[in-house]
Write a protein that binds this ligand. Structure first.
Ligand SMILES: *Cc1c(COP(=O)(O)O)cnc(C)c1O
Length: 414
């Protein structure tokens, strides 16, 4: 299973291309932050696409992947598309979101969540996070609603599901659509129910670093047949399904290819293993990071949740947060790739507004690190990442305690 350990150079091309000058010793090979795992029929199904010449957006793998994915999410319909970003755009188009509308989104998420709102000509309205799960704070939702609000997109950030019951209750009271952005949460559960079926519609991404991958790819899940039909129409240039070359609306070409669906179907045949591999990685991190809890906080898993651990994240203690980027640089020098948390979207140029201050999202964003999380990591890898992180934290907290003169000296010597 751990193909990467038996062949240390395999699949690390992306990391090398980023310019590591380190000589790779077998015990110090770079640990990538993400990596897809191909454990089943991926190659065989792709070969079939080439052999049969069904390489475009018609072919047997597309309906098979959609059906399998709908069953996995316990919904009636799954509509595939080319990316997770298109999936969000299609879900909003399917509900008729357009100019003059507002859509509530969390500020702490990947930029695609808000971009999709803008693609529709609507405005994202940002809500702060709740510190335990780091997801949109349900208690702040109602205050963000205005007469223009049409929908709420909640994001199961890093794989932890949102607390859907209060969110759905507020939305129902105000007649709002709820869309789950489940790009990071394949297989996560809320009170035992899997993400993708917890609201009016949900969207997934199959980018190369996601829990299930097709290279690039996306999916919309819903039990609303009319919505699924509208989304299929928008996905395929807006063509009337009963009248060839008749386009009642302006649509898009957001179709998935049979090749992507071939990889997706093969991934879904082993989806339990893909999901469980990440629990294993998370359990190792929780064990190995126990020694460093004075410096950082581990991700929480609420009693009603099963975390999908798209990324195992840590949040540095307030006294260390200002060293976050240096800690990551030090780990990188030791061959360990990490990522900072996303910038809160209300601070990015397209969405910046001086009036908006969302303290929890801002604080988490500045102090958070995503650690390598993927299905090919070994326990040794996780131990190495944890030790490197712990040592970096120790060094920087010691440095803060040193008198100014010595600080200069130690900074010069390492
Ligand atoms: C990855 C991601 C997306 C976008 O998916 P793409 O397939 O890269 O377009 C959207 N939302 C969130 C939360 C994501 O993590």
């Amino acid at each position: 299973m751990n193909k990467i350990t038996s062949n240390p150079g395999r699949g690390l091309g992306i990391v090398r291309a980023q310019g590591s000058l380190m000589a790779e010793r077998p015990d110090q090979r770079r640990i990538a932050v993400a990596h897809p795992a191909f454990w089943g029929n991926e190659k065989k199904y792709v070969q079939e696409c080439v052999d049969t010449s069904w390489i475009s957006s018609v072919g047997r793998f597309i309906p098979a992947f959609e059906r399998t994915f709908a069953e996995f999410c316990d919904v009636e319909h799954a509509v595939s598309c080319d990316t997770g970003t298109s999936a969000l755009h299609l879900a909003l188009l399917g509900y008729g979101v357009g100019p003059g509308d507002e859509v509530i989104v969390p500020s702490l998420t990947f930029v695609a969540t808000a971009n999709a709102v803008r693609y529709c000509g609507a405005e994202p309205v940002f809500v702060d996070s709740e510190p335990r799960t780091m997801n949109l704070d349900p208690e702040l939702l109602e205050a963000a609603i205005t007469p223009k609000t049409r929908a709420v997109i909640v994001v199961h950030l890093f794989g932890h599901p949102c607390d859907m019951d209060p969110i759905n209750a507020v939305a129902a009271k105000h007649n709002l659509v709820v869309i789950e952005d489940a790009a990071e949460a394949h297989g996560a559960t809320y009170h035992g129910r899997v993400t993708g079926g917890l609201a009016d519609a949900a969207t997934f991404s199959f980018f190369g670093n996601k829990i299930v991958s097709t290279g690039e790819g996306g999916m919309i899940t819903t039990s609303n047949a009319d919505l699924a039909d509208r989304i299929r129409m928008f996905r395929g240039q807006g063509m009337d399904p009963a009248r060839r070359y008749w386009f009642p609306v302006v649509g898009y070409n957001y179709r998935m290819t049979n090749i992507q669906a071939a990889i997706g179907l093969a991934q879904m045949e082993n989806v339990k293993d893909h999901v469980e591999a990440r629990f294993r990685v998370a359990a190792w991190y929780s064990r190995y990071l126990q020694a460093h809890l004075g410096f950082l906080e581990l991700p929480r898993e609420e009693t009603w949740a099963r975390h999908a651990y798209w990324m195992f994240t840590i949040v540095l203690s307030p006294s260390l947060a200002h060293h976050r980027d240096q800690i990551m640089e030090r780990m990188s020098a030791e061959g360990i790739e990490t990522r900072p948390f996303f910038y809160p979207l209300h601070t990015l140029p397209p969405y910046r507004s001086a009036a908006v201050h969302l303290p929890v999202a801002e604080q988490l964003s500045a102090a958070g690190i995503m650690l390598p999380t993927h299905a090919l990591l070994t326990e040794e890898d996780v131990a190495r990442v944890s030790a490197s992180l712990g040592e970096a934290c120790r060094q920087f907290s010691l440095r803060d305690l040193e008198p100014a003169g010595q600080k200069t000296f130690s900074a010069m010597t390492d």
